[in-house]
Structure formats: structure tokens, C-alpha cells
Design a protein around this ligand. Structure first.
Ligand code: A5P
Length: 222
């Protein structure tokens, strides 16, 4: 069973005609984009206008003839649907392992509702199982690497091949590890005091609901 597809299919039911919709980034959000495109083609939904959280999603949506506009033209959005890397039971998220966290957070904060979709592997008891992506300005990469090392966060500059990954907003990403004895919210507020940190992949209160596909069926939070 393709659980990412199942989660996306359940979330498609939350989209109604005439909505302004934010489209997320990543393999789960991709399933939603494809399902939305076929609903529009069949005429099951109409008059939908969408905006994207990344250049990659923008390209995919346009290639499938989904009507796209800029965030400036559409906000406030009725609904954004996006994936996540980790989700806890309080609907706090880690996002950005695909590199799109900044635009994702902007679009999700500009939406009345943000539904996160995922397969059950993303549900965790405690955030920080994997790295937390931190988007930083290119000018600050070395200074912040040193600062995060001092904080015991084991920063790693995200690469694409032999070069540092460049985000859609022209920044870099440092992936950091949350020490097991520290709360992610505390670590984030500490690292945000450093100039050059643009945004982090910690989404403490953006998600309004989660649709998690499990082998036993769909689980909704709340
Ligand atoms: C993109 O940078 C991320 O925030 C994605 O939303 C997240 O990585 C989930 O991606 P998948 O659906 O591919 O697991």
C-alpha cells in the first residue's frame, strides 16, 4: 500500500471548489498535487487557485495545468496541504529535509488551515529523531557552523553533489542535531538569537490538523 498516496487522497477531500490552496513540497505533497490535477481535469473540483511552497512544486503543478498564482496574489489562503519529516502528538513538526522550509513556513502561516499529510513513519514521540534543518544566509555559514558546534548541535552543511545546496530563497542549510537532553523549542530560541539564521524547520504551531496514513487506515489529529 502506498501510504503517502493514501494520506494525500484523504486530504484531497478537504479541498472544495473556489478555494485558494497552498501546495507543499516533497514526495507526499507531490501525490496531492497529482490527485488535485486529476480532480480538476475530471471537473470534480473547479475554480481552484493555488500557490506553491517551492520552485519544484511550482513546476510540477504547472506541468499538470493546475492554475497557479503568486502568494501575493492569493493570500490569505484557505488551506495549505504539505508533508513533514517528523510530527508529534501536539502537531509540532520538523520540516525542511527537502530544503523548502522557509517558503513552506511563509505559505503555511498565510493559510487559515494547514493540514499536514504523512505516512505513519513520520509520527514520533519526541521531535529530534533526525536533524533539524536551519536556513542561514551564505555570509554567515562559517560563523554559524562554529556557534552551533559550541552549542553541541553537530552542524552539517547540506550539500547537493559537490556544492552547498542553495535554497529557493538563495540561502544555505545547516542540519543540526537536537541533543537528547534538550527540548527542541529551547534550542531553536537559542539558535535564533544568532544573526544570519533566517528560519528553522521547527514548526511549533502552524499545523491545524494531521492526516496520517497507517497500515490500519487513516488517523486524524486532532
Ligand atoms: C520539504 O523541505 C519538506 O519540508 C517536506 O515537507 C518534508 O521533507 C516531507 O517530505 P516527504 O513527503 O518527501 O517525506
Amino acid at each position: 500500500m502506498n501510504l503517502k498516496y493514501e494520506a494525500a487522497l484523504a486530504a484531497l477531500g478537504e479541498i472544495s471548489s473556489s478555494m485558494r490552496v497552498g501546495l507543499g513540497t516533497g514526495s507526499t505533497a507531490e501525490e496531492l498535487v497529482k490527485l488535485l490535477a486529476s480532480s480538476l481535469q475530471r471537473g470534480a473540483l473547479h475554480n481552484i487557485r493555488c500557490t506553491s511552497t517551492s520552485n519544484a512544486t511550482e513546476q510540477l503543478a504547472r506541468s499538470l495545468d493546475i492554475p497557479m498564482a503568486t502568494l501575493d496574489e492569493l493570500f490569505p489562503l484557505d488551506l495549505t496541504i504539505d508533508g513533514a519529516d517528523e510530527i508529534d502528538l501536539s502537531l509540532r513538526l520538523i520540516k525542511g529535509r527537502g530544503g523548502a522550509l522557509l517558503r513552506e513556513k511563509i505559505v503555511e502561516q498565510a493559510s487559515e488551515r494547514f493540514i499536514v499529510i504523512a505516512d505513519e513513519s513520520k509520527l514520533v514521540e519526541r521531535l529530534g529523531v533526525g536533524p533539524l534543518p536551519v536556513e542561514v544566509t551564505p555570509f554567515a555559514v562559517k560563523v554559524l557552523t562554529a556557534a552551533f558546534e559550541t552549542m553541541n548541535l553537530a552542524p552539517v552543511l547540506r550539500m547537493r553533489g559537490a556544492q552547498p545546496l542553495v535554497t529557493d530563497e538563495g540561502n544555505r542549510i545547516l542540519d543540526v542535531q537536537i541533543p537528547p537532553d534538550r527540548d527542541i523549542a529551547d534550542v531553536v530560541s537559542e539558535l535564533r538569537t544568532h544573526a544570519g539564521v533566517v528560519e528553522t524547520g521547527f514548526f511549533p504551531n502552524e499545523a491545524t490538523a494531521a492526516i496520517i496514513a497507517t497500515a490500519q487506515g487513516i488517523r486524524r489529529i486532532p
